[in-house]
Design a protein around this ligand. Sequence first.
Ligand code: DGD
Ligand code: CLA
Ligand code: PID
Ligand code: PID
Ligand code: PID
Ligand code: PID
Ligand code: PID
Length: 312
Amino acid sequence: DEIGDAAKKLGDASYSFAKEVDWNNGIFLQAPGKFQPLQALKAIDKMIEMGAAADPKLLKEAAEAHHKAIGSISGPNGVTSRADWDAVNAALGRVVASVPKAKVMAVYDSVKDITDPKVPAYMKSLVNGPDAEKAYQAFLEFKDVVAKNQVTTASAPAVVPSGDKIGEAAKALSDASYPFIKDIDWLSDIYLKPLTGKTAPETLKAIDKMIVMGAKMDGNLLKAAAEAHHKAIGSIDANGVTSAADYEAVNAALGRLVASVPKSTVMDVYNSMAKVVDSTVTNNMFSKVNPLDAMAAAKGFYTFKDVVEASQ
Ligand code: DGD
Ligand code: CLA
Ligand code: PID
Ligand code: PID
Ligand code: PID
Ligand code: PID
Ligand code: PID
């Protein structure tokens, strides 16, 4: 297709730049300016809306392209092969073309709002400047091809299941865990802190398992889960806590999503996360909340999971 051909040209002009970027740099975990959690949540919300509007099949293919690209990483900077670099660009170009232009610009504008204007120049200073300029020029040409192939209306909204066992179980889970949810400091910057003693390549292994799980998920249920999060963001209070009803809808949507992939795929995520998250992290989280609320939530979760497993 045209986007695939354009991605090859983009690769010709941008792969040198890709090789110069230190993809393992811990700086990418930092907020791109002043830490403003509620503003950042707005930007994430725009990405969620864009994801929910995208063609589920193209999202799946983009996840598969990323998984393949992780498999061909080489060298200290963590760069993928030239062919996989092109394939990721092509897949993302197709995702972008599957949503109306306004959804993409809403992401751009909201991310701009939380990004210090000095960030681009600083990033450029870490690589060979002319290579960065060449890559940007090629991106501008690529985006014209994407725009030419872009839809003008979003894909249809998800079909949300109702009256199912997971929905019922989500009510019990949510009742048991909402007090715990209210104890959590959602506006803290602790969630951006690197996992001490873990390198980027180690963490990437766990991310890769999540990508694999994402690629296997039912596309309609993934879209429904994204829509539920968007709705939940719309009802947050001053502490970032969503309403009880929207919290329940998120749990139901995520339970159905988990049930749409094999158990072993879920356990691969859990086991790989357990390798990078040690007990100092979980104990620290626990120390900041009411212990009884956390234990009630945990009990609710371990009951919920049996219902999910039964429909898996
Ligand atoms: C936890 C899990 C939450 C940990 C929160 C930190 C997660 C950080 C993720 C870092 C993200 C890195 C990505 C960066 C992104 C960058 C993007 C660019 O507190 C365990 C041990 C292993 C814990 C670590 C693994 C967590 C994996 C969760 C998958 C999440 C994937 C999503 C990640 C983020 C991305 C989101 C999109 O399981 O877990 C606490 C448990 O710890 C406590 O141990 C459990 C035992 O495993 C269990 O066997 C049992 O003993 C239980 O239960 C206690 O404790 C007992 C009874 O048995 C129950 O019935 C009940 O009564 C209970 O007690 C009541 O207390
Ligand atoms: Mg979510 C999970 C935040 C958008 C899909 N997400 C998580 C949690 C964290 C979070 C609370 C990971 C850390 C953790 O396990 O803590 N997400 C979060 C924010 C946003 C967001 C702030 C922003 C809008 N997510 C989002 C979107 C999607 C997802 C758009 C795609 C539709 N998210 C998604 C999945 C999963 C998460 C599939 C998870 O599996 C993971 C999670 O919750 O795993 C348990 C602990 C969790 C909580 C504090 C909240 C849940 C409370 C449960 C139901 C009860 C508590 C149990 C116990 C006390 C602790 C967990 C034990 C553990 C072993 C399971
Ligand atoms: C400017 C000035 C003009 C010239 C110009 C110009 C530049 C405009 C630009 C630009 C726009 C632009 C847009 C970009 C957009 C990037 C969007 C990224 C979206 C990320 C998402 C992430 C996610 C997910 C995902 C799916 C999940 C939801 C999420 C589901 C259902 C200024 C040059 C024209 C770069 C969507 C993918 C996993 C949130 O206009 O004179 O330069 O760049 O998890 O959804 O699961
Ligand atoms: C524009 C203007 C509007 C019209 C429009 C428009 C277009 C927007 C577009 C577009 C946005 C867009 C984004 C694209 C992004 C491509 C990103 C590619 C990333 C590739 C990576 C590869 C890799 C890896 C991997 C992980 C490794 C690092 C690597 C570590 C730690 C402008 C059309 C709406 C195409 C990250 C995955 C293995 C490098 O908005 O008027 O057209 O395209 O190895 O990580 O090692
Ligand atoms: C233990 C001991 C026994 C008792 C026990 C026990 C516990 C086991 C547990 C547990 C397992 C477990 C699993 C959990 C899994 C969470 C998985 C999260 C996945 C997140 C994903 C994120 C993403 C996306 C997304 C889609 C995108 C890709 C991504 C596309 C196409 C220890 C109790 C049985 C919690 C997939 C969603 C946006 C990457 O066994 O005695 O306690 O928890 O962006 O894909 O867009
Ligand atoms: C298990 C064992 C296997 C069988 C199995 C199994 C099950 C795994 C499961 C499962 C995993 C799972 C995960 C679930 C996670 C739910 C997470 C809910 C999060 C809700 C949030 C709501 C909110 C917001 C929001 C953003 C705001 C904060 C809030 C800020 C900054 C165990 C079946 C495979 C259900 C985050 C979105 C508005 C609070 O593996 O043997 O069954 O379920 O307002 O952010 O303000
Ligand atoms: C213990 C012992 C067992 C019993 C048990 C137990 C307790 C475990 C616990 C607990 C685990 C736990 C985990 C918690 C996790 C919370 C995760 C929240 C994530 C929030 C995010 C928010 C954000 C943003 C956002 C984007 C911004 C950055 C942020 C930028 C660029 C010990 C009870 C099981 C509470 C990600 C989205 C706005 C950070 O296990 O016997 O008690 O709690 O602002 O992006 O700024």
